[in-house]
Write a protein that binds this ligand. Structure first.
Ligand SMILES: *Cc1c(COP(=O)(O)O)cnc(C)c1O
Length: 360
């Protein structure tokens, strides 16, 4: 039998989540953000599953975009960091890659380039994140340059990105919205602002194009219950099985460093999942793991290929019992919080060693 650890990917849930993103902002279009291998879910299968719903996709670089083109994806693909070297401009013009331009150098290079045809350009404005984007006071001039260049076609969309949209009581999001909409009003430009938390929690940020990523994978960006986010269905279930069981006496230690000790007779289950599979090594003893549908607790350090779980007192614990590391019954965000990180990171960094199995 093969190693039983795999990531089950529910493509029906993915479509449900995309449709929820659309329903929450019925007057906006929604780019499906599938950068970083669709947050670990597999960019091509995810794009194929959304191909009849999403008018366009968004990724971070031409390598990611060309993988989609090689797989037959025909929608426009927005490159959210623009381009890194001028030779990518020909690729963009040839393969209908849209460019989110974020600095004057990129704009100068685009305008000066000799291209086989025009490209769609978006203009990213830095409204307070201080990471990418031109300064608001330069927006009008650069917008006109882009609009009037024969190397661009179609409407130039004005875009920005939020720093704090997952904090629903943080007024900084309102400040960022107002900065972009003020420019948009003057230039009569279409707008794109919302990521997942803004799409879910800041209706005033909905523009002509929204850019949901994380929520498509069924994870909530909020640390608290939320009426809309709670309708999302987790797409990935990181599943495995118990491969070994042992009974410990009071005082017996478990794992590297002998950091966990039985304080009474205990039943320990070993599961073939470790940090080599993307399970976070800094998840402490006590991190929840579902075994045969019941909550159990990680016991001892995470190894490269294995973890150990205290299953004392649980029912139906036999070799082969089903395990969920995260998924529909145990939210990735809960495991991530125990490990001092966010669900985004655990999903995105899951290595290729974990086989993706697609359903639906
Ligand atoms: C990743 C990204 C998104 C999507 O953000 P989520 O929080 O995953 O929805 C949107 N816009 C930009 C510019 C991004 O880099």
């Amino acid at each position: 039998m093969a190693r039983p650890s795999q990531a089950l990917i529910d493509l029906q849930a993915l479509r449900h989540n995309y449709q929820l993103a659309r329903a929450l902002a019925p007057n906006s279009k929604a780019l499906a953000v599938i950068k970083a291998n669709a947050y670990g879910h597999g960019a091509l299968p995810v794009a194929r599953a959304l191909a009849d719903l999403a008018p366009a996709f968004a990724v971070s670089c031409t390598e990611e975009a060309m993988e989609l083109r090689a797989g037959g994806i025909q929608q426009p693909i927005l490159l959210m960091s623009g381009f890194f070297s001028a030779d990518e401009l020909v690729l963009a013009a040839t393969h209908n890659l849209w460019l989110m331009l974020e600095n004057q150098r990129q704009i100068d290079q685009l305008v000066a380039a000799r291209l086989p045809g025009p490209v769609r350009a978006w203009l990213k404005v830095d409204t307070g994140m201080s990471r990418l984007g031109i300064r608001p006071e330069h927006a009008a001039t650069l917008y006109e340059i882009l609009k009037n260049s024969p190397n661009t076609c179609g409407e130039v969309v004005l875009a920005t990105h939020f720093a704090c949209a997952d904090e629903l009581d943080n007024d900084f999001t309102r400040v960022q919205i107002e900065r972009l909409t003020a420019i948009g009003r003057k230039l009569k430009a279409p707008l794109s602002m919302a990521n997942s938390p803004a799409l879910l929690g800041w209706p005033e940020s909905h523009g002509d194009w929204n850019r949901p990523g994380y929520m498509l994978y069924g994870a909530t960006p909020f640390p608290h219950p939320h009426p809309e986010a709670d309708k999302l269905i987790p797409v990935m279930t990181f599943a495995s099985r118990v491969i070994s069981l042992r009974t410990l006496a009071n005082g017996d230690a478990v794992g590297y460093g002998a950091t966990w000790r039985a304080t009474s007779p205990a039943l320990i289950a070993t599961i073939p999942v470790g940090y080599g599979d993307g399970y976070p090594r800094n998840a402490p003893s006590g991190t929840p793991v579902l075994v045969n549908g019941q909550r159990a607790q990680l016991a001892g350090r995470v190894s490269m290929d294995l973890i150990t779980v205290d299953v004392s007192g649980l029912e139906g614990i036999v070799p082969g019992a089903e395990v969920e590391l995260w998924g529909k019954h145990l939210r990735v965000a809960e495991v991530a919080a125990k490990a001092g990180t966010i669900g985004y990171e655990l999903l995105t960094r899951m290595p290729a060693r974990v086989r993706r199995v697609y359903e639906g």
